[in-house]
Design a protein around this ligand. Structure first.
Ligand code: PGA
Length: 274
């Protein structure tokens, strides 16, 4: 086996815009500014994507073409085409210029009822079509309190990545997003939203890496970037991104302007040396 140090692992920073930017013109303007700000600072091993709403994807894709900023869908259906009202296909995402697609976000899992079995089909379709899946996993506050974090993460990873040939797995990014840390009042109505401490995040990232190792082998497990997500922002990103098994971030609120997003990207460039 090759020495792991000779294998390239990407650092990936993603901006998940959710349903926050409502007008195409605004999405294009923010994306253009982010692309301009980061073009000179990005190094070869750091990738940055933004995931605007579907209605803005095509225009944003055109606006950022030729820059280092990449485009992602926030979701995707696993069928190629057909009578599936309200859904979007992998080919449509590719047509808009997407390279990544976020799958199984906790808002999709917990608000829209997506199961690991459905997410698994989506991951397979994305890989078949050449889109890089950003597979989101994470435990709720209650699951954490009950001491079930590791079993939840194991079930989500094993279910969402079932029957995927190991050689395709180096196209995948995993986003570990503890649900209780996501800035979302619907998912966390009663609790104060806190970012995971670097220690908590490190423990769970180590668990995920070890699980990937035992399931898929050391080399593949090393190559898969594991992003942290959940209230990451300028003030806390360095403490998280310097941890060895944190290889990027999936950022909601702090990705909605170039001003807030840029410091996180700068931290990724600083720590993303592996
Ligand atoms: P947040 O969202 O950074 O606003 O907490 C992260 C996410 O849900 O991906």
């Amino acid at each position: 086996m090759k020495f792991l140090s000779s294998i390239m692992r990407k650092f990936v920073i993603g901006g998940n815009w959710k349903m926050q930017i409502l007008k195409v013109e605004e999405a294009v303007s923010i994306a253009t500014e982010i692309a301009k700000e980061i073009n000179d600072i990005l190094t070869e091993n750091v990738e940055v994507f933004i995931a605007p709403s579907f209605n803005a994807l095509y225009s944003v894709g055109k606006a950022i073409k030729g820059t280092k900023l990449k485009l992602a869908g926030q979701n995707m259906y696993f069928r190629d085409k057909g009578a599936f009202t309200g859904e979007v296909s992998a080919d449509s995402l590719l047509d808009a210029g997407c390279e990544y697609v976020i799958l199984g976000h906790s808002e999709r899992r917990r608000i829209f009822g997506e199961s690991d079995a459905v997410i698994n089909q989506k991951v397979k379709k994305a890989l078949e079509k050449g889109l890089k899946p950003v597979l989101c996993i994470g435990e709720t506050a209650k699951e954490k309190e009950q001491g079930n974090t590791e079993s939840v993460l194991r079930t989500q990873i094993e279910g969402s990545l079932a029957d995927i040939p190991p050689e395709q797995l180096d196209q995948i990014v995993i986003a570990y997003e503890p649900v209780w840390a996501i800035n979302n009042k619907f998912l966390n109505p009663d609790s104060e939203i806190k970012t995971a401490t670097p220690e908590e995040a490190e423990k769970n990232h180590n668990f995920i890496r070890n699980l990937l190792k035992t399931t898929f082998g050391e080399e593949i497990a090393f190559k898969i970037p594991i992003q942290y997500g959940g209230s990451m922002k300028a003030a806390n990103c360095e403490g998280l991104l310097k941890i060895l098994d944190i290889n990027g971030g999936l950022i909601g609120g702090a990705s909605l302007s170039a001003e807030k997003f840029k410091p996180i990207i700068e931290a990724a460039v600083k720590f993303g040396k592996i």
